[in-house]
Design a protein around this ligand. Structure first.
Ligand code: AMP
Length: 235
């Protein structure tokens, strides 16, 4: 390999790290378009684009292409839509959070409720973007304080999710966030929990919708508005 094959040398990589630590990066600007070379990692490309305030890529990036599909996981017949590849991509993650929050910006949202576990990752960042607090909705038995619970239907049997009983004050408007809506059973249980303690559901937002499974329609029947960034056919 010649030095011209390597657009980001070790020395330059060090300078990127240095620039990041010391705040926004004059050094990155100096290096300019070299950083956009396809050989560079998404994180380095992202650092350059974000340093340039490039909002176009945030608006136009194809998020669906960043989701990894794993056939027959966790069991035969399921197409598992894995968002770890999306949230591991610096621009992809930022774009997803901006696009999820966008319809709710300017509305009165008192809290985001994220559903364990991937809903914590997405929901926490959305709460920060909207400038509100975060409420964890967890599987039964995981919360440390007094909790209210709601059961919901799984393919075989039922499960229970819980929320702290004092997490929502009467009249507060809560946005539910999860990575994916399929049958809508989990999100519907979250709607019931929030209403049980006197909260109002401001909406429900997801990275992915599987429309054939009817979850959005299920929430609409409760008067809950849904927002999803990506749709996949099938299960
Ligand atoms: P549901 O209650 O049927 O809407 O299922 C939604 C919950 O199950 C979400 O918390 C998802 O993380 C998870 N889930 C369901 N189906 C899938 C899938 N095909 N790929 C990834 N996660 C899924």
């Amino acid at each position: 390999m010649t030095s011209s094959d390597t657009n980001v040398t070790d020395e330059k990589r060090f300078r990127i790290g240095e620039a990041r630590q010391n705040g926004r990066p004059k050094v990155i600007e100096d290096m300019g378009p070299h950083l956009l070379n396809a050989k560079n990692t998404p994180a380095i490309q992202a650092a350059f684009l974000l340093s340039k305030g490039d909002t176009m890529s945030l608006d136009t990036l194809d998020l669906k292409a960043l989701v990894r599909t794993i056939p027959d996981y966790p069991k035969p017949g399921i197409m598992f839509r894995d968002i770890t590849t999306l949230i591991g991509h610096a621009i992809g993650f930022r774009a997803a959070i901006r696009r999820i929050a966008a319809p709710f910006e300017g509305e009165k949202i008192d809290a985001v409720a994220g559903i364990e576990a991937r809903g914590f990752i997405v929901g926490g960042a959305v709460a920060d973007r909207l400038g509100c607090g975060f409420i964890p909705i967890r599987k039964k038995g995981k919360l440390p304080w007094r909790a209210v619970g709601q059961d919901y239907q799984l393919e075989y049997g039922t499960d229970i999710i819980e929320m702290h009983e004092d997490a929502v004050k009467p009249g507060e408007r809560v946005l539910i966030v999860d990575d994916l809506i399929a049958t809508g059973g989990t999100a519907e249980a979250a709607v019931k929990l929030i209403k049980l303690v006197g909260g109002e559901v401001a909406g429900a937002a997801f990275v992915i919708d599987l429309p054939e499974l009817g979850g959005v329609a299920k929430l609409a029947a409760h008067g809950v508005r849904c927002h999803a960034l990506i749709a996949f056919d099938g299960h």
